[in-house]
Design a protein around this ligand. Structure first.
Ligand code: HEM
Ligand code: SF4
Length: 549
């Protein structure tokens, strides 16, 4: 796994020292909250409904056991004993005291982690396919490129004050698990004449104006990637709107200016940037390449699985690895009634131990708010499952109806208009029976507590958006969204539902699907695509209209 260079380590440590001084000045009143705000945001510290919130980056979602244990230590020592894994491969601590934050950042620096550029109008944590380096369907591991982008974007002097935040995601597989089309820039590895390069998608984003990214370049060779991205960022920096923060993302520039015009500007800027670009220094490129060499896999048998409980777990939570004798294990953080994405310190320690024993010291955070053990020998699956079961982490629901993404909503977030976590919990409880979930099949429900769409509701097969109407929560349903390579924004079904009506509405949707599907092989999304929203609308509002607001 890649580890910090001496330069990285010194940079991060110096930044903690600076912030310690800023916090001291805030605590003794020399800095007002207004003066302090831009300083804390440069270090991932938000002020939320009840407390500060510290957002820590997990670049391309990769962690080792030592780092996971340190997150557990931080959760126990300075927070309430848990952390919240987010849809952008960050971990958030919801209850830190301001005076403790510099110590938390020092503890992170001890294990090569930080909270820099996890907020503010800069290039945020670069995310990647959580199965990177392990997936059977991958062209190549996209993380060396993601790491290069991390180094390039961190403290990049030109791009610290962009019109708005900027999110980049990378995938090395044709099956997009990184939601690249809902990012400001999505990079999808493609081969041309046997050479890997990237399709560059631009202007995707969710929030109040959801848009699916468009292809700006079909193929950019790896060697040209940095100057090409610099060109996009430079054009955006110059031409993105700064007069209205709701129109400031690059998606609005693409929309208002048109893709062709943007492409021309980027092409002109690229020539200029490329002429000045001497290439990635070989020492840096070599260090990165070394950091992502595949682990020393030990061949093993592929045992036949007879235990039905293990079989069910494998069916939902295990994915094909590039090696037949290995597997990728998804550990669901969506136990029935759990808060999506939360892990207790004890669970983090269990996962760290499992990573060391069974997964070459590697863990991943998925944008679906689960944790991945990427390199488990098939022969060890029974042991891993047994250990997960003991820790309450063996819920066999990955990709099923109770594997719900939800943002923090009204329980934590200052911008929320409705609760989202309790809705996720209630849906999980309504569909607790795993056999029923398996019968329903692959289904992605995503819930946001306001139009900012942190819970990705626009790309949920069923999306739920919590709003406030005349002082009460009202939940709007969207249907048919998709965050994969066939990305689509869901269609709004109709009027919203009160809090206690949203679960029955979802139950009616599922009932309609089970009636309408051609067979068990036709997934919920396939049925939506075949029939459109109309029959679902009829099912949901037929008997529910009385209560629809
Ligand atoms: C609790 C504090 C949070 C605040 C104040 C916050 C704020 C926002 C805002 C204002 C936007 C809309 C930005 C725009 O459209 O320009 C946004 C988008 C987003 N946030 Fe959050 N967020 C928070 C937590 C989270 C969490 C916990 C997650 C993951 C679970 C998350 C993931 C995202 C994603 C994926 C988007 C949409 C993608 C996009 O930027 O277009 N955020 N957030
Ligand atoms: S979607 Fe809204 S409520 Fe949910 S975390 Fe984002 S800003 Fe907060």
């Amino acid at each position: 796994m890649y580890s910090y260079s001496d330069f990285d380590a010194a940079f991060v440590r110096a930044r903690v020292g600076e912030f310690r001084d800023q916090v001291a000045r805030r605590l003794d009143g020399r800095l007002s909250e207004e003066e302090f705000k831009p300083l804390r945001l440069m270090n991932g510290l938000y002020l939320q409904l009840h407390a500060y919130m510290l957002r820590v980056a997990i670049p391309y979602g990769t962690l080792n056991a030592r780092q996971m244990r340190q997150l557990a230590y931080i959760a126990d020592r300075w927070d309430k004993g848990y952390g919240h894994f987010t849809t952008r491969q960050n971990v958030q601590f919801n209850w830190p005291r301001l005076m403790d934050v510099p110590d938390m950042l020092d503890a992170l620096a001890d294990v090569g982690m930080h909270a820099i550029q996890t907020s503010g109008n800069c290039i945020r944590n670069v995310t990647a396919d959580h199965f990177a380096g392990a997936a059977a369907d991958e062209i190549a591991d996209p993380r060396p490129v993601a790491e290069l982008l991390r180094q390039w974007s961190t403290d990049h002097p030109e791009f610290q004050f962009l019109p708005r935040k900027f999110k980049i995601a990378v995938t090395g597989s044709p099956n997009d698990r990184a939601v690249t089309r809902a990012h400001d820039i999505g990079l999808r590895m493609v081969l041309r004449d046997g050479q890997p390069g990237f399709e560059v998608v631009v202007g995707g984003g969710l929030g109040r104006t959801p848009m699916i990214g468009k292809v700006l370049a079909e193929y950019v060779p790896e060697d040209d990637l940095l100057p090409y991205l610099e060109a996009i960022l430079a054009v955006y920096n110059q031409h993105g709107r700064r007069d209205n923060k709701y129109k400031a993302r690059i998606k609005i520039l693409v929309h208002e200016e048109g893709l062709d015009s943007l492409r021309d500007r980027v092409a002109a800027e690229f020539l200029h940037r490329k002429a000045q670009f001497a290439g990635v220094p070989p020492a840096i490129a070599g260090r990165i390449a070394d950091g992502f060499r595949p682990p020393a896999f030990r061949p093993g048998p592929v045992p036949e699985v007879r235990d039905p409980v293990l079989r069910a777990f494998i069916d939902s939570n295990v994915t094909a690895h590039r090696r037949d004798d290995h597997a990728i294990v998804t550990v669901s953080l969506k136990g029935i009634g759990a808060t999506p994405g939360d892990a207790t310190a004890e669970q983090m320690r269990v996962l760290a131990g499992l990573a060391e024993t069974y997964s070459h010291d590697e863990l991943r955070i998925s944008h679906e708010q689960n944790i991945i053990l990427p390199h488990v020998r098939r022969a060890d699956l029974a042991a891993v499952h047994g250990a997960l079961h003991k820790a309450g982490l063996a819920t066999a629901n990955a990709g099923l109806i109770s594997d719900i993404i939800a943002c923090p909503g009204m329980d934590y977030c200052a911008l929320a208009t409705a609760r989202s976590i309790p809705v996720a919990q209630a849906i999980g409880q309504a569909f607790a029976d795993l056999d029923a979930q398996r019968n329903i099949g692959p289904l992605k429900i995503k819930i946001s507590g306001c139009i900012n769409a942190c819970g990705h509701h626009h790309v949920g097969h069923i999306g739920i958006l919590g709003l406030e109407k005349a002082g009460v929560e009202s939940y709007q349903i969207t249907l048919g969204g998709d965050g994969t390579e066939n990305a689509a924004i869901g269609e709004r079904l109709g009027p919203g539902f009160a809090h206690d009506e949203i679960v029955p509405a979802v139950e009616r949707l599922i009932g309609a699907y089970l009636d309408l599907r051609l067979g068990a092989d036709e997934t919920f999304l396939m049925t939506c695509r075949r029939l459109g929203a109309a029959p679902f609308r009829a099912a949901v509002y037929g008997e529910g209209r009385r209560n629809a607001a």
